[in-house]
Design a protein around this ligand. Structure first.
Ligand SMILES: Cc1cc2nc3c(=O)[nH]c(=O)nc-3n(C[C@H](O)[C@H](O)[C@H](O)COP(=O)(O)OP(=O)(O)OC[C@H]3O[C@@H](n4cnc5c(N)ncnc54)[C@H](O)[C@@H]3O)c2cc1C
Length: 543
C-alpha cells in the first residue's frame, strides 16, 4: 500500500526481494527489512524524497529516510524499516580533484577515489581499514578513521565542507562561518539560519557541560560532537553532521582535504608475550612520531596463518608462494617461543630515507634494550604482509566463521593510551566468564588506545543473544571508568545508541535530543540512531 504513495523521482524506487534482502544487512549483527530502496539520480531527487517524507508524516503516515553508501557499517547504522536512500547507483561521482582538496559524491567507493587522487600524487589520509569496501558517504557520516589517524586525525579534520539536504527539503552548504559571514548566516529566516542560531545558543549556554562531556580520547564517534562546533571564533556545523549517521540530514556532496603522501616509510614489527607491557611499548614508539601504530592479537595471527594464501591473494601479492614462505619466521617464532600475545606494527614515514632508517634502528635498539622482540620489515612486500593481517583479518574471519558468526558489539572501545596498562587486564577479567560462548580476536589502533574486539559467536543460541546487552554494559562501564569512549570510529547505530547514557550525563543526552529535534522535528532521518535508542528493538533484529 505504501508503494502507491512513493513520490516521482528521476531515479528509481525498488522493492524486489533481492534488493530488500541486500539492503536489510550491513556488517553488523542486525537484519532489518526496509519497505523499499530509493536510488536518487541527483540532489533534486533527494529534496523530493524529503518533501514527500515530511508531508506523509504530517498526514499521519510514519515514513523515514535512511542514507546508505556502501553498507559496510558495523553498527546497523544504514538499516531501517522504511525507505533506504542508496547513494551507490548514481550519486557516486568525483566532481573535482584540485591540489589540496577534492569534491566527491557520497556513493563513490574509496578505492576508486584513492586511485584517482593517487594519479595526482595525493591521498586522503583518514581512510578506514575497510578502504577496499567502503564509500566516502559512510566515511563522512561515521566520522571514520584508520591506520594513519594517529598522525592525521579522523574524517572531521579533513572535511572542508558538506552539501546536505535538511528536513525542509532544501540543500545547503555547511562549513565554518565567522565574523560578518556568521552574522549573515544567523540572520537568515530559513532552517539553515535557525540551526546556526540555536546550535550557537546551545554551545554557549552549555560551554562547561560540553567541555566536561568531550571524551579525553584522541578519537570519538559517540554522540553528537557539540564540543567541536564553536571554537570562540568560528561556528562550523559540518562538525556536527560528520559522524551523525545521517540523523540530521542527507549528505549529497563532500569536499575533502588531501595530502602528498610521504616518499618513504618503514615498518617495525614488535612481538609481545604480555599485554600488560603495552603502554610501555607505545610510549617508546610514540617518541619516534609514527604515522601508524597498530596491533593485532594471537587469535588474529592464528586466523591469518591458517588462511595465509587467501589473505595474501586479497592484497594482489604477485608471488603467493614466496609470500606464504615469508610466514616462515612467524611459524619458526611460534615453535621457539610460542604464539606472541600481541603484535604491534609501528610505521615511520617521511621524505628522508636515511633519517627513517636511523630512527627505526634506534627504535629497535630501545625496544630490544627493554627486552622486546623487534623485526624490521626488510622490503615493502614484507611490510604488506603484516598490513594484510591487520586490514583483512575481520573480513577473513567473517567468511570462515562457520556456524559461529563475527559479532561486532564491543567492537570499538578506546581509552587514553596511558590507561591501557590498567584497562587491558581489567577488560580481560571482564570477558573471562563469557569465554565459553565467545571466542574473540582483538585488533586495533593501539596508538590511539582503540581496540576492535570481535567475538565469534553462535547468534542463533538464545543464551548468547541474552548475553550481548550484559557484556556491552559491563565493557562500556569499564571503558568509561578508564576515561574512554564506547566508540572511537565505528559510531553508535543500533548497537550503541542505547548505551550512550553510560558515557554521557542525562543533561548531555538532553542536548543531543534537542539537536535532533531542531534539525529533524518529524524524525524523518534514520530514526533510532544517535538518540532514542532501543536495546529491546535491536536485540529482536539480530540476524
Ligand atoms: C572489514 C571492515 C573493516 C572496517 N574498518 C574500519 C576502520 O578501520 N575504521 C572505521 O572507522 N570503520 C571501519 N569499518 C566500518 C565501516 O567500514 C566504516 O564506518 C565506513 O566508513 C562506512 O562506509 P560505508 O560507505 O560503507 O557506509 P554505510 O554503511 O553505507 O553508512 C554508514 C552510516 O552513514 C550513513 N550514511 C551513509 N551515506 C549517507 C549519506 N549520503 N547521507 C547521510 N547518511 C549517510 C548511514 O545511514 C550509516 O548510518 C570497517 C568495516 C569493515 C566491514
Amino acid at each position: 500500500m505504501i508503494k502507491r504513495i512513493y513520490p516521482q523521482i528521476q531515479g528509481e524506487i525498488e522493492s524486489g526481494e533481492d534488493v530488500l534482502e541486500e539492503y536489510s544487512r550491513d556488517w553488523s549483527i542486525f537484519k532489518i527489512n526496509p519497505s523499499a530502496v530509493a536510488f536518487p539520480k541527483n540532489s533534486s531527487d533527494i529534496c523530493t524524497l524529503v518533501n514527500w517524507a515530511s508531508l506523509e508524516n504530517k498526514n499521519g503516515h510514519r515514513v523515514s529516510l535512511t542514507g546508505r553508501s556502501a553498507g559496510t557499517d558495523m553498527t546497523g547504522g544504514p538499516l531501517n524499516e522504511s525507505l533506504i536512500v542508496s547513494f551507490s547507483r548514481y550519486t557516486n561521482k568525483i566532481i573535482s580533484i584540485g591540489d589540496k582538496e577534492a569534491t566527491v559524491q557520497p556513493g563513490c567507493y574509496f578505492r576508486d577515489f584513492d586511485k584517482a587522487t593517487l594519479r595526482k600524487n595525493l591521498i586522503y589520509p583518514a581512510y578506514p581499514a575497510s578502504r577496499d569496501l567502503c564509500a566516502l558517504g559512510g566515511i563522512v557520516n561515521n566520522n571514520s578513521a584508520g591506520e594513519k589517524t594517529l598522525k592525521y586525525g579522523k574524517a572531521d579534520k579533513w572535511v572542508k565542507s558538506l552539501r546536505v539536504v535538511l528536513s525542509d527539503g532544501n540543500e545547503y552548504e555547511f562549513r565554518g562561518f565567522s565574523g560578518k559571514d556568521l552574522e549573515a548566516v544567523m540572520a537568515r529566516g530559513d532552517l539553515f539560519g535557525r540551526v546556526h542560531r540555536e546550535i550557537f545558543r546551545i554551545c554557549t549556554e552549555n560551554k562547561e557541560l560540553l567541555e566536561k562531556a568531550k571524551p579525553k580520547t584522541t578519537k570519538n564517534s559517540a554522540g553528537y560532537a557539540l564540543w567541536d562546533v564553536w571554537d570562540g571564533r568560528t561556528l562550523n556545523l559540518s562538525k556536527l553532521i560528520i559522524g551523525a549517521q545521517g540523523t540530521l540530514g542527507l549528505v549529497t556532496e563532500a569536499t575533502l582535504g588531501l595530502i602528498i603522501p610521504p616518499k618513504h616509510s618503514r615498518l617495525a614489527v614488535i612481538f609481545m608475550s604480555d599485554m600488560k607491557e603495552i603502554a610501555k611499548v607505545v610510549d617508546i614508539c610514540m617518541k619516534f612520531k609514527p604515522e601508524s601504530l597498530e596491533s593485532y592479537d594471537d587469535s588474529t595471527l592464528k586466523v591469518a596463518m591458517r588462511y595465509a594464501p587467501e589473505m595474501l591473494s586479497v592484497i594482489g601479492a604477485k608471488n603467493i608462494v614466496k609470500l606464504a614462505y615469508d610466514f616462515m619466521p612467524e611459524i619458526w617464532r611460534v615453535i621457539r617461543h610460542g604464539m606472541p600475545k600481541i603484535v604491534l606494527l609501528c610505521e615511520v614515514a617521511g621524505e628522508d630515507e636515511e633519517e627513517i632508517k636511523s630512527d627505526l634502528d634506534r627504535l629497535k635498539a630501545n625496544l630490544s634494550g627493554e627486552g622486546f622482540e623487534v623485526r624490521l620489515a626488510a622490503t615493502e612486500e614484507e611490510a604488506k604482509k603484516y598490513w594484510a593481517i591487520r586490514r583483512h583479518s575481520f573480513a577473513l574471519l567473517t567468511r570462515h566463521a562457520g556456524e559461529r558468526k563475527t559479532a561486532p558489539f564491543i567492537d570499538d572501545v578506546a581509552v587514553p593510551y596511558e590507561n591501557l596498562y590498567q584497562y587491558l587486564p581489567a577488560l580481560e577479567e571482564t570477558l573471562k566468564p563469557y569465554r565459553k560462548f565467545f571466542v574473540y580476536t582483538v585488533a586495533g589502533h593501539v596508538g590511539d588506545g582503540n581496540f576492535h574486539i570481535i567475538p565469534l559467536a553462535n547468534l542463533s543460541d538464545p543464551k548468547v543473544r541474552a548475553l550481548i546487552p550484559r557484556i556491552c554494559e559491563e565493557v562500556y562501564r569499564l571503558t568509561v571508568e578508564h576515561g574512554g569512549t564506547i566508540t572511537a570510529e565505528h559510531n553508535d547505530g543500533l548497537i550503541r545508541t542505547p548505551f550512550l547514557n553510560i558515557q554521557y550525563l542525562p543533561e548531555v543526552i538532553n542536548l543531543f535530543e534537542e539537536v535532533k529535534r531542531l534539525f529533524d522535528p518529524l524524525s524523518i532521518f534514520n530514526p533510532g540512531k544517535k538518540v532514542h535508542g532501543d536495546i529491546a528493538y535491536a536485540m529482536s533484529h539480530i540476524k
